[in-house]
Design a protein around this ligand. Structure first.
Ligand SMILES: Nc1ncnc2c1ncn2[C@@H]1O[C@H](COP(=O)(O)OP(=O)(O)O)[C@@H](O)[C@H]1O
Ligand SMILES: Nc1ccn([C@@H]2O[C@H](COP(=O)(O)O)[C@@H](O)[C@H]2O)c(=O)n1
Length: 209
């Protein structure tokens, strides 16, 4: 069976999750059961439970080394071969993996979303369609402040410090250059209706083949 992996990359808070979840939720009930699944790169942040909490707050979470991409790659290979996988569930407040996992079944269409997906050559080789969500960084920062304070247990000061020391520099070093590895660049992120409809049509076309 042919399986298609669609990568959605872009800056933190650019709208990757909203874009991916919109496509997924609008299709999931329309398609045959198990046709589409979704995985977040964030689930593959390295486990840091062996480190004291204070150390975990100092990790550079925007550098490729923060991710266990080898595990993600191995999961993508297993899914391609029709096997289900147990994807870690990440805890942003604790800066480490939780002790829970989520079972993902091998779907014909797999959407993966994350900041550094298109920086990794081995991962890139696994993706059949590569999308980059291109949102101005000042808008991303405003969204991130709100989200991290409301949903990820952060203070305003910690968001600003982390943004200045790692998030912004790593964006320019790794994420922005990876835009050139994409097939499609999407402006206006999670609410670009035309782009969402184009990807949905492509998915339906792939499922008819
Ligand atoms: N086009 C948009 N307009 C307004 N808010 C948006 C838009 N795209 C995303 N958001 C909001 O910004 C925040 C970050 O978006 P999210 O999709 O989680 O980003 P990412 O997955 O890239 O980190 C969320 O609260 C989301 O609802
Ligand atoms: N413990 C952590 C782990 C990650 N982050 C930040 O998450 C961002 C990636 O997730 P998005 O949903 O925003 O794409 C990344 O920029 C990391 O800085 C964190 O703050 N703490």
């Amino acid at each position: 069976m042919t399986r298609t992996i669609i990568a959605i990359a872009g800056a933190s808070a650019s709208g990757k999750s909203l874009f991916s979840q919109t496509i997924y939720s609008e299709l999931v009930n329309e398609l045959e059961p198990g046709a589409i699944a979704i995985i977040e790169e964030d689930a593959y942040y390295r486990d840091q439970s062996h480190l004291p909490f204070a150390h975990r707050t100092q990790t550079n979470y925007d550098h490729p080394d923060a991710f266990e991409h080898e595990l993600m790659l191995s999961h993508l290979n297993q899914l391609r071969q029709g096997e289900s996988v147990d994807v870690p569930i990440y805890d942003y407040a604790q800066h480490t993996r939780s002790d829970k996992t989520r079972k993902v079944l091998p779907a014909k269409i797999l959407i993966v979303e994350g900041i550094l997906l298109l920086c990794d050559k081995k991962l890139c080789d696994e993706f059949n369609i590569k999308v980059f969500i291109d949102t101005p960084l000042d808008i991303c920062l405003m969204r991130r402040m709100k989200r991290d304070m409301e949903e990820r247990g952060r203070s305003l000061q910690s968001v600003i410090e982390q943004y200045t020391s790692t998030v912004r520099p790593m964006f320019y070093q790794f994420i922005e250059p990876s835009k050139h590895n994409s097939d499609l660049v999407v402006t206006r992120g999670g609410k670009n209706r035309v782009a969402i409809d184009i990807i949905k049509s492509k998915i339906k076309q792939l499922l008819q083949q």
